[in-house]
Design a protein around this ligand. Structure first.
Ligand code: 5GP
Ligand code: MN
Length: 344
């Protein structure tokens, strides 16, 4: 494994850690496997170096990530705002994992903008806001933030062995961000997975904990989405699903229940763009975009839906009604002519 970052940058990181008294780790809103996995792995690594830190996330994360060791110590800003703000006000170093700019943290990001503390970015999203960080470990081609964190740990310690709980957290983020090794999975990534296996992870257990632990309600909601709500736009090789709040309520929705739904229409032959619109409880429409191949959903999410992410997986928001958002999506589709010319 060749060094991902120049030694000088690693030395600067070590120096920042050594000269800081209170360290906080934050990650993006609606934290996913990579956000939680990388935050816990980085926290565990710091602890192994004798350095304590606190993980704060903007809002709740799904139950299927709660088996990860240490996840019960994560503070949730939307739930314990005062406590989180007290900790952040006395912090002097902030690690920002798995997001490219502070607005991705919603209200937590707005609070952080009011503080002047040193910030270190570790992330793999497009267009990281690097100038607003003291130090940046931004690598877009990487599968996941967990892959970057592993590289940094190996560069610091000179050792490819990590403790089993840390390896489990890293593997979870890599597995979820690659869609269980469907995309962004290079030979180098599989070398890392081999390392993690040698550290003693149980891949079957992790896979089951994440993918086979859903509720009956989620399965019924999925069936409802596919049978009643999926629209296929053959002219554009696209499909979309939209869900209202009351539809979610009728299936006793819990955070994480719609995780992965956006990917399902991509398994229809010829569909290369899939979009999932859902009324969030915060009053806006949360949109997920997925694509196959060269079509960049990041461009679409950034230009029209206040979002972005990766070429084949992006998110965004709309502040109009669900119906208007879907109508707007259909209205702008013809502009993205390249999806119509997709050759199977
Ligand atoms: P998801 O659809 O799973 O919420 O997000 C897919 C990808 O896009 C993730 O990598 C996520 O970090 C990113 N993403 C989701 N929502 C937003 C957003 O509002 N803005 C930006 N810049 N990225 C987003
Ligand atoms: Mn990620």
């Amino acid at each position: 494994m060749t060094n991902l970052f120049p030694q000088q940058k690693i030395d600067r990181l070590k120096d920042l850690i050594d000269t800081s008294a209170k360290i906080v780790i934050v990650t993006h809103v609606n934290p996913d496997g990579d956000a939680i996995g990388s935050s816990i792995a980085w926290h565990d690594f710091l602890r192994e170096q004798g350095i304590e830190s606190t993980i704060i996330v903007p809002n709740h994360f799904p139950d299927f990530l709660k088996w990860i060791g240490g996840s019960d110590r994560i503070l949730i800003y939307s739930h314990s705002r005062e406590k989180c703000e007290r900790i952040l006000k006395s912090a002097d170093l902030l690690f920002c994992l798995d997001f490219n700019n502070l607005p991705r943290l919603d209200a937590l990001g707005a609070f952080l903008e009011t503080l002047s503390l040193k910030k270190v970015l570790i992330d793999h999203h497009i267009r990281a806001d690097e100038q607003n960080f003291t130090l940046s470990f931004s690598k877009v081609p990487m599968s996941s933030t967990c892959e970057i964190v592993y590289n940094i740990i190996v560069q610091i310690t000179g050792n490819r062995h990590v403790s089993p709980p840390l390896a489990e957290a890293l593997y979870t983020g890599i597995m979820t961000d690659t869609g269980a090794f469907f995309h962004s999975s290079t030979s180098e990534l599989f070398r890392i997975v081999a390392d993690l296996m040698e550290c003693g992870i149980d891949r079957t257990k992790i896979h089951s904990a994440v993918y086979n632990s859903f509720s009956e309600n989620r399965m019924k909601l999925m069936g409802y989405c596919l049978h009643n709500k999926m629209e296929v736009l053959r002219d554009y090789n696209a499909a979309y699903i939209c869900l209202t709040r009351s539809e979610l309520d009728s299936f006793q929705f819990e955070p994480g229940d719609t995780e992965g739904f956006v990917n399902i229409p991509l398994s229809i032959k010829g569909i290369i763009l899939s979009v999932f619109f859902v009324e969030s409880k915060d009053g806006y429409i949360k949109i997920s975009f997925r694509s196959i191949g060269d079509f960049s959903v990041d461009n679409m999410a950034r230009k029209y839906f206040n979002g972005g992410g990766h070429k084949n997986a992006s998110g965004g928001k709309s502040f109009t009604s669900l119906d208007d958002t879907v109508a707007f999506f259909k209205h702008i589709l013809p502009e993205f002519k390249e999806i119509m010319n997709y050759e199977l």
